[in-house]
Design a binder for this molecule. Structure first.
Ligand SMILES: [Fe+2]
Ligand SMILES: [Fe+2]
Length: 382
């Protein structure tokens, strides 16, 4: 490919010369499990608006949808479900596999793993994944509180305020599920933390949307859809279904808001947004290497992560996580501005094939509770 990104650009955007430089990826320190608070400077201005007119009907419609789409995490989910974690993991693995290709690791410690170790790995992967969902949900809670203050439009402030309540509910359900059903969770992954820090720290209001609604929530919507489809655990299945009904609105909020802003932006301004989308994509890809789980399993991450990064089963899963991000970036005009800069990056990451999928700005109504969801696994293979 002629238009490959330079080592200098990678260094400037993500702090390493090569996106697959594993030394550098693994050098980010893991989060201290005893840490209780994490402080991030928020550099954005709070903006009042005196224009209370209905200027953006699409956002007002979303606000009306949000008001009637509320649910109660304490009473609408079957919390009395008995979750036998080992059994659930074994059944889910029988259904879809462990998420990696075991034969890929024949020269590592994994070659000696039996059923017991694979089940243990599955249990910890589940705990780890849901923990990252939980921390990401708190990121969304903070980001939408921030958007309520920083977005200059009345209709968007109204909508964002409903998303704050939605995110509080999501934090509530994941924290409760981890505590009551999985026996505890993991600290935030350092790559996810770096991304959330960047989003909260940035002074430009549209960056909160781009980082959270388009990138983090776009990935979450795809990941929730995948887990919802594969798991046979009824409480988790319903919990994810309810969260997805909110999450689709959230991603739509990002698409509908940013479309208007990005259509008016200059090429240099768009370039900064494209680079940020690229950085966020890589941070999220890096976190899926799940270093913490390897540590727990007594496996040196350095011995397996070079294999994980090219594992074919893993790759299919990772690519699917971009099923919402790519069409939404396209809808916003981010793929093809500046000589298709972001398109080239998504090509390098092997995720450009999703560009023709429906954007969430159009499809969010399909996620309302009670409507049947499309099978994301079948769709990715179609
Ligand atoms: Fe959420
Ligand atoms: Fe959300």
């Amino acid at each position: 490919m002629t238009d490959t990104i330079s080592a200098e650009d990678n260094q400037r955007i993500i702090g390493r010369d090569d996106i697959d430089n594993l030394e550098s990826i693994m050098s980010v320190p893991l989060t201290d499990p005893t840490e209780v608070e994490h402080v991030v400077a928020n550099n954005a201005d709070s903006i009042f608006t005196w224009d209370y007119s209905l200027a953006r009907p699409a956002l007002r419609k979303l606000y009306e949808k949000a008001k009637v789409g509320q649910w109660n995490a304490a009473t609408d989910l079957p919390w009395d479900t008995d979750v036998d974690l080992e059994k659930v993991v074994r059944e889910d693995q029988a259904n879809i596999g462990s998420g990696i290709s075991p034969e890929w690791y024949k020269d590592t410690k994994l070659a000696s793993w039996g059923d017991k170790e694979w089940t243990e790995f599955g249990i910890h992967s589940r705990r780890w994944s849901l923990s990252q969902f939980l921390h990401g949900e708190q990121g969304a809670l903070i980001c939408t509180a921030k958007i309520t203050e920083t977005v200059p439009w009345y209709d968007a402030k109204l909508y964002a305020s409903t998303q704050v309540v939605d995110e509080a509910r999501h934090v509530e359900v994941f924290a409760r599920y981890l505590d009551e059903k999985l026996g505890g969770g993991y600290p935030i992954n350092p790559h996810l933390r770096l991304l959330l820090d960047d989003i909260v720290n940035d002074s430009r209001w549209d960056f909160t949307y781009l980082g959270m609604q388009i990138m983090v929530e776009g990935l979450a919507l795809a990941a929730f859809g995948y887990l919802h489809q594969l798991t046979g655990e009824p409480l988790l299945k319903q919990l994810l279904r309810y969260v997805m009904s909110d999450e689709a609105r959230h991603v739509a909020f990002g698409v509908l808001s940013l479309k208007e802003v990005y259509d008016e932006m200059s090429d240099p301004e768009i370039k900064e947004r494209q680079e940020f989308a690229y950085e966020a994509s890589l941070r999220m890809r890096d976190r899926f290497l799940q270093q913490e789980v390897w540590h727990h399993m007594g496996v040196d991450p350095k011995s397996v992560i070079p294999l994980v990064i090219n594992d074919p089963t893993r790759k299919v899963f990772q690519q699917m996580l971009f099923a919402k991000i790519v069409p939404n970036c396209k809808k916003l005009g981010l793929l093809d501005r500046n000589e298709s800069w972001l398109r080239r990056r998504f090509e390098e990451m092997g995720v450009i094939q999703f560009e023709h999928w429906e954007s969430t700005g159009d499809e969010y109504l399909k996620f309302e509770i009670g409507k049947p969801l499309a099978d994301p696994v079948a769709a990715a293979h179609a």
